[in-house]
Ligand binder design. Structure first.
Ligand SMILES: NC(=O)c1ccc[n+]([C@@H]2O[C@H](COP(=O)([O-])OP(=O)(O)OC[C@H]3O[C@@H](n4cnc5c(N)ncnc54)[C@H](OP(=O)(O)O)[C@@H]3O)[C@@H](O)[C@H]2O)c1
Length: 344
């Protein structure tokens, strides 16, 4: 007997990716239910070679559902996750609504799977921000060996991180440039076509954006609160996959060769690093893949025990959908939940 799984936000970028990853990885689900807003009620989404009719979240009863993978934005999660959790259905939430709540585990399975045990307080588990997920997958194996003191990260984030309407805006603006149409910016604060925008989420009092704050706070919660980290987050005109330039200062010496060997063996990491033959990863090449790719591993001679890395991953997969499904797999593989139908 398998699990009953509901996907909230099934018509969105992340929701559709969750459906394909559940199918690809053979998740032990007996039944998968697609949920979205009333606007999408009755429309269809693909699940393997089947199609699922979308139901409305606010008309769905979660009492016989085991796991809810939620990606419909922060306000929906704030309102619905506690109600769904109270019905005995474990919510794995992709928004930022619950990530910083001390009662909610924030999980990247390659990094801190053991922290999942606290989930039963609210029946909510949080998935990190897309930029944090790939960053901590690359940092963890190096931190275990040489202890990270400080990280400086600059992100180059694709438009899919802002949802499907943001992808349409890049497409429409790019077309408008070629046919000389007026350029309209609605999802982004400035034109994104043939441009970069150093502004993701809102500005905070200290001058950082909320996106930058999230990467700093989440890395501490997932990996180690002692790590000092500063971040600049930039939106770039790329459809899918986020890239990061990462400068790391360690307590202990670590050479570029040692880091390469460590990362080659590390879970979730794939090293592509042979610059003489132009072997390094780009976001286009990382799209549709599960790995966190690491290239351009170099020593930084300007600090003691310093390294530079280039880290790229598909933000819709490791940055959201894949990580959420991996969390569900931890719940199942560690027997932390049982299918309600079997228990009945
Ligand atoms: N994209 C990323 O890289 C990424 C990474 C990590 C986390 N996330 C988070 O994941 C969430 C979704 O992102 P996305 O990129 O998939 O956005 P998206 O493409 O805009 O999709 C949003 C989804 O939410 C649904 N929704 C909106 N209002 C709803 C309501 N009132 N009730 C039920 N469902 C509702 C939409 O359904 P309709 O089609 O019916 O409107 C749609 O399925 C966000 O919280 C985002 O921050 C995204």
């Amino acid at each position: 007997m398998g699990y009953k799984v509901a996907i909230v936000g099934a018509t969105g970028n992340v929701g559709r990716e969750i459906l394909s990853i559940l199918e690809e990885r053979g998740f032990p689900a007996d039944e998968v239910v697609a949920l979205a807003s009333r606007r999408s009620q009755g429309t269809e989404v693909s699940f393997g070679d089947k199609t699922l009719k979308v139901k409305a979240l606010d008309q769905y009863d979660f009492s016989d559902t085991d796991i809810c993978l939620m990606s419909a934005g922060g306000s929906i999660s704030k309102e619905w996750a506690p109600k769904i959790g109270a019905q005995g259905c474990v919510v794995i939430d992709n928004s930022s609504a619950w990530r910083y709540d001390a009662q909610v585990p924030l999980i990247v399975p390659e990094v801190n799977a053991d922290a999942i045990t606290g989930f039963s307080k609210l029946n909510i588990i949080a998935n990190p921000n897309c930029s944090t997920a790939q960053l901590v997958v690359a940092l963890k194996p190096l931190h275990d060996v040489a202890t990270i003191k400080r990280v400086v990260v600059s992100t180059y984030q694709s438009v899919s991180g802002a949802g499907k309407e943001a992808m349409d805006e890049l497409f429409t603006q790019t077309r408008a440039v070629f046919v000389n149409d007026p350029i309209e910016a609605t999802k982004f604060t400035k034109r994104i076509a043939f441009n970069l925008i150093p502004h993701i989420d809102v500005f905070m009092e200290d001058g950082y954006t909320k996106e930058e704050w999230k990467v700093m706070a989440e890395t501490k919660k997932i990996l180690d609160p002692k790590i000092k980290l500063t971040c600049t987050a930039v939106r770039v005109p790329v459809f899918v996959s986020h890239s990061e330039s990462v400068n790391i200062e360690f307590e202990k010496p670590i050479s570029a060769d040692e880091a390469r060997d460590i990362l080659r063996e590390a879970p979730g990491c794939l090293v592509i690093d042979n610059p003489e033959e132009d072997q390094y990863i780009t976001p286009y090449e990382a799209t549709g893949e599960d790995a966190t790719f690491i290239s351009r591993i170099r020593e930084d001679a300007t600090v003691e025990n310093g390294l530079n890395l280039w880290v790229v991953s598909d933000n819709l997969r490791k940055g959201a959908a894949l990580n959420a499904v991996q969390i569900a797999e931890v719940l199942v593989n560690r027997k932390l939940i049982q299918p309600k139908k079997k228990a009945a």
